[in-house]
Design a protein around this ligand. Structure first.
Ligand code: GLU
Length: 387
């Protein structure tokens, strides 16, 4: 297994996400020493030829401390004000710390729209690539000051996953304040064991991640595993490391299994499928019966109305929705040909009945196979063509 870890250093383009609790705390503000230490590690990676993009959380936490608030604000305006105060404080710190290693930095603030909208996606990508050409280190965060729910990515694990897609990275490192994924909650159970290698993100792995949240950040372990599930499907490796532990990236790149490594699926998805997997905000969910789940997972079929048992959420034609099996595990994600209200009327019915019930039929399939990403590694089709 250590050979899998020592393979990490072969990844040239890397996204490193630094979690809120690594960056700062409510009472003490920025952890300056730690940030300087991480800056030294990132600078060393760049020196040895890696191309690095940083996604940093911590703006709101820094703002909370600077504004003298005792806890995370509840109201949106105050949260956004805290983000505005904190983001500049954060960048100022990064300027200083990276400056010590002669690394120039740039602030890039993104919203969900910059990723789902193809034109803006390409625009954001061009900007990031230009920064790379000029040997500048992009430090990316969500534009919390303007983002409202509809345009929010929501948490930086997801944002970092999207950035990995945006810049075509082959490795995503999530720096957290825990060592990685544990078999059970290490704060409650002494026998909890660190899982150093995940070959496939199964329902059991997702369950382990369930409750391991931490104060300060948004995501917790569940959102890390969720991000890893999407990212590994598109052929990218993911590592969770403890960013509070000095020299941790160097140790991982030296082949030490010091966190959790999620292996990528062998096949890379096509650009369109990557876009479906990463970029689109999921607007709803359908629960499938066993037959439909098998048809998707084992037979490479499209999703038909007859296999749908339940419809959740309010979505329109063309929106991205999740497909879950009867146990509630996400098995696929895709673009729907029917809205939630239409699906509620035709669920469980044979495709031949759609027209008589709705008065029209836009397609035989609810989600065509070409517009669907399967989360079990069986995705083949144009998988290896990449971009
Ligand atoms: N964008 C948020 C911040 O900078 C962090 C979101 C998260 O913790 O995932 O405070």
């Amino acid at each position: 297994m250590s050979s899998l870890w020592s393979g990490l250093k072969k990844n040239k383009r890397i996204v490193i996400k630094i979690g809120s609790n690594v960056v700062a705390s409510y009472d003490k503000g920025l952890h300056e020493e730690r940030l300087e230490q991480i800056a030294a590690e990132v600078a060393a990676l760049r020196k040895s030829g890696h191309e690095v993009f940083v996604v940093s959380s911590g703006a709101i936490l820094c703002g909370v401390e600077k504004l003298g608030l005792s806890q995370n604000p509840r109201s949106l305006p105050l949260k956004q004000a805290a983000a505005a105060v904190g983001q500049s404080h954060l960048m100022w710190a990064y300027e200083r710390f990276f400056g010590r290693f002669q690394v120039k930095v740039a602030q890039v603030l993104l919203t969900h729209d910059d990723i789902v909208n193809r034109r803006r996606f390409i625009n954001a990508r061009n900007t990031l690539m230009t920064l790379l050409d000029y040997d500048v280190l992009p430090i990316i965060n969500e534009n919390d000051t303007v983002a409202v729910d509809e345009i929010k990515v929501g948490d930086n694990d997801t944002l970092a996953a999207q950035v990995a897609h945006l810049v075509d990275a082959s490795l995503l490192i999530l720096l957290s304040d825990v060592d990685g994924l544990y078999s059970s909650d290490p704060r409650k159970f002494k026998e909890a064991q660190l899982i150093t290698l995940v070959e496939e993100i199964t329902g059991g792995i997702e369950k382990m991640a369930g409750g391991t949240g931490s104060k300060g950040g948004t995501g917790g372990m569940a959102s890390k595993v969720k991000a890893a599930k999407v990212v590994t499907t598109t052929g990218v490796s993911v590592v969770i490391l403890n960013g509070t532990s000095p020299g941790i990236i160097g140790r991982a790149f030296g082949g030490e299994a010091v966190g959790t490594l999620f292996l990528p699926k062998r096949n890379r998805l096509s650009s369109k499928k990557q876009w479906i997997a990463h970029s689109l905000k999921v607007r709803g969910k359908v629960v499938l019966d066993q037959g439909a789940a098998d048809a998707l997972l084992k037979k490479g079929r499209s999703l038909l109305s007859s296999g749908i048992r339940m419809v959740e959420g309010e979505f329109e034609i063309g929106d991205a929705i999740l497909c879950c099996n009867e146990k509630g595990i996400e098995i696929a994600r895709g673009l729907t040909h029917y809205s939630a209200s239409e699906l509620t009327r035709i669920k469980g019915m044979h495709s031949s009945k759609i027209e008589s019930v709705l008065g029209y039929k836009s397609a035989d399939e609810v989600i065509h196979r070409d517009n669907m990403v399967i989360f079990d590694g069986t995705e083949r089709s144009s998988a290896t063509t990449g971009r």
